[in-house]
Design a protein around this ligand. Structure first.
Ligand SMILES: *Cc1c(COP(=O)(O)O)cnc(C)c1O
Length: 375
């Protein structure tokens, strides 16, 4: 019997409720300042987030897609070039390459971690390959040791898509400081989420940082002097002020996500659900908790009937999307990604899930097994 939504997938209202005082203060401060673009808040956030990641520079931009796109443009990667991307990712990773004028070349992931399989990269490299974009999918870092190694051997740029991995680490180094440059998204549902769109590039390459900054501000370092045909892609003062408040609780909130994940790992029925594997050198921040089952639609329906809201990340891989129909991919071209997209289901996880709600999810998954919704 339907009991309404007992466990929403993510409760962003609770995030505001917890930080209401400082967030209201931040918005009042920005409104009173009369400065809304490229002011003190953005500057302060950039230096705070660079320090947090362990990178020399951070440049605020309008969103995560732009962060990736501007990195590629700043490296002059474009027409005639190829960039290796994971076959299973949110489509933004591919679109950034396409918008830069280059060609995305998909490589399959490792089934357990869902991240780019370093052993498959070499076979996809051609004389036109310029870079690899490693996505830290679901909040777990890709194998940056092995991927960096391949990139070094072939003189390729390595770019992190860290849109789902604020605070995640690999060998104790933080996402955002694991490659030549990294792209972050501050879309509201991300681990570090704004109250609107936002993004950032982090890098320790000063030349790249300067170029990204200029490209995102109409190609101009000095007002009304335009060195490049740039873009308008800036983080605004209001979002930067909100992000400064939320950055202060990022570690605490990631820790809460880890507690939810630990409980799921300990209690979910592993004979019927495939749980995410954590690579030995990584410390995930659990942007999503993704389980896998061949009976996905039955499980999703059963959980919904028991008040547990779930989502699918993602139902269709990029190569089978209309956006890439001109590349003439067919079903079966990337079977590992395709089977993931058919079987993955994201359970509720977030910093505001109550113990009771965690139990509700666990109990519903166990009941699904007894009801035969998953086998
Ligand atoms: C969210 C996301 C992006 C894009 O970020 P936007 O801010 O929505 O443009 C890129 N890559 C991945 C893996 C994402 O999850």
């Amino acid at each position: 019997m339907p009991i309404g939504i007992a466990v929403p997938f993510l409760d962003l209202g609770a995030a505001y409720a917890e930080l209401r005082g400082p967030l209201d203060e931040a918005s009042a401060r920005v409104l009173a300042s009369g400065r809304f673009i490229l002011g003190e808040e953005v500057e302060a956030f950039e230096s705070e987030f660079a320090r947090y990641c362990g990178a020399r520079h951070c440049i605020g931009v309008a969103n995560g897609l732009d962060a990736l796109h501007l990195i590629l443009r700043a490296y002059a990667i474009g027409a005639g070039d190829e960039v290796i991307v994971p076959s299973n990712t949110f489509i933004a990773t591919w679109l950034a390459v396409t918008h830069a004028g280059a060609r995305p070349v998909p490589v399959e992931p490792t089934p357990g971690t869902y991240n780019l399989d370093a052993n498959r990269i070499e076979a996809a490299i051609t004389p036109r390959t310029r870079a690899v974009i490693a996505v830290h999918l679901y909040g777990q870092c890709a194998d940056m040791t092995a991927i960096s190694d391949v990139c070094r051997r072939h003189s390729l740029r390595l770019i992190e898509d860290a849109a789902q991995a604020h605070g995640a680490s690999w060998n104790t180094k933080c996402a955002g400081a694991l490659a030549n440059a990294a792209a972050f998204s501050f879309y509201p549902g991300k681990n570090l989420g704004a109250f609107g769109d936002g993004g950032a590039v982090t890098t320790s390459d000063s030349e790249l940082a300067e170029r990204v900054q200029v490209l995102g501000n109409y190609g101009s370092a000095i007002k009304y002097e335009h060195r490049y045909a740039g873009f308008n892609s800036r983080l605004d003062e209001m979002q930067a002020a909100f992000l400064r408040v939320k950055l202060r609780v990022l570690d605490t909130w990631n820790e809460r996500r880890r507690r939810v994940a630990a409980k799921y790992v300990a209690c979910l029925p592993t004979d019927v659900l495939q749980l995410p594997q954590v690579a030995g050198n990584g410390r995930p921040v659990w942007h999503l908790f993704v389980v896998r089952t061949a009976n996905r639609s039955a499980l999703q329906r059963f959980l919904a009937d028991h008040g547990v809201q779930t989502l699918i990340h993602y139902p269709t891989p990029p190569h089978l999307q209309g956006a890439y129909s001109s590349m003439r991919y067919r079903e079966g071209d990337f079977p590992i990604a395709e089977s993931m997209h058919r079987e993955v289901l994201s359970l509720p996880i977030g910093p505001h899930l109550t113990l009771e709600q965690i139990d509700t999810v666990v109990d519903a998954c166990r009941a699904a097994r007894f009801a035969g919704a998953v086998q």
